[in-house]
Design a protein around this ligand. Structure first.
Ligand SMILES: C[S@@+](CC[C@H](N)C(=O)[O-])C[C@H]1O[C@@H](n2cnc3c(N)ncnc32)[C@H](O)[C@@H]1O
Length: 210
């Protein structure tokens, strides 16, 4: 599995082969020779790389990122991607996200609800190369389906699905089956992987529009 150009495995002290991107530090992470440590335990996308899924992401891709929170992961994405539209609906983390975007001219924070793509359709370019989704909210498949309109025909969805956001009591495997079934209304599911040991009860999904 190849990493996108702009993502490398670097050494940080005694640790070799750690994911890193090049850019301004964003959240107090270690930086060596300009390379920022990207901790897979703090990032679903980082974990997706560590798990060896072929995300299809490339350096310079246009990315729509859903569930940006305070910018931990999307800061790394904007380091290697092209225009990166970061949607987050909670005002407090967006304050931090704006600071992260200050040093990243390709990162565009949007204080918007990912369930209402019509509210940002005038800002986000059509035909993005990838949607990266980590919303951890009920209705994760619906969020992916309603944002599919932004994807290029040969683009892909790279999502982290959290079982407990859908149902705290159900068996995660059953929740994932249900979510994948719904995703298939608009996507071809290419690869999946449970995200342990990085993230409990999460499923990484790579899918293409159909
Ligand atoms: C697990 S956190 C994301 C962490 C982030 N992706 C990272 O790795 O740095 C999930 C985020 O999704 C946001 N979220 C949940 N539902 C959303 C929605 N409908 N629209 C936009 N953001 C949403 C939450 O406010 C929260 O900040």
């Amino acid at each position: 599995m190849s990493l996108p150009a702009g993502v490398q495995r670097r050494s940080f002290g005694d640790e070799d082969g750690v994911l890193a991107t090049r850019g301004e530090p964003a959240y107090g992470e270690p930086v060596v020779d300009g390379w920022r440590r990207w901790d897979a335990h703090r990032s679903k996308l980082g974990a997706t790389f560590e798990l060896g899924l072929d995300t299809g992401l490339s350096g310079g891709d246009a990315v729509l990122y859903l569930g940006a929170a305070n910018g931990t992961t999307v800061s790394h994405v904007a380091d290697f991607a092209g225009p990166t539209y970061a949607v987050e609906f909670a005002p407090r983390p967006v304050t931090d996200l704006l600071a992260v975007a200050d040093s990243r001219e390709r990162l565009f924070p949007l204080l918007k609800d990912a369930r209402a793509p019509e509210t940002y359709a005038h800002v986000v370019e059509s035909g993005v190369d990838a949607i990266v989704q980590d919303v951890a909210t009920r209705g994760q498949a619906d969020v992916a389906l309603s944002n599919r309109q932004f994807l290029a025909d040969d683009g892909r969805l790279v999502a982290a699905l959290k079982a407990r956001s859908e149902d705290v009591t159900a068996d995660p495997a059953a929740v994932f089956e249900d979510l994948l079934g719904r995703l298939r209304d608009g996507y071809e599911v290419r690869a999946t992987a449970r995200m342990e040991p990085f993230h409990e009860d999460h499923l990484a999904v790579v899918a293409t529009p159909r």
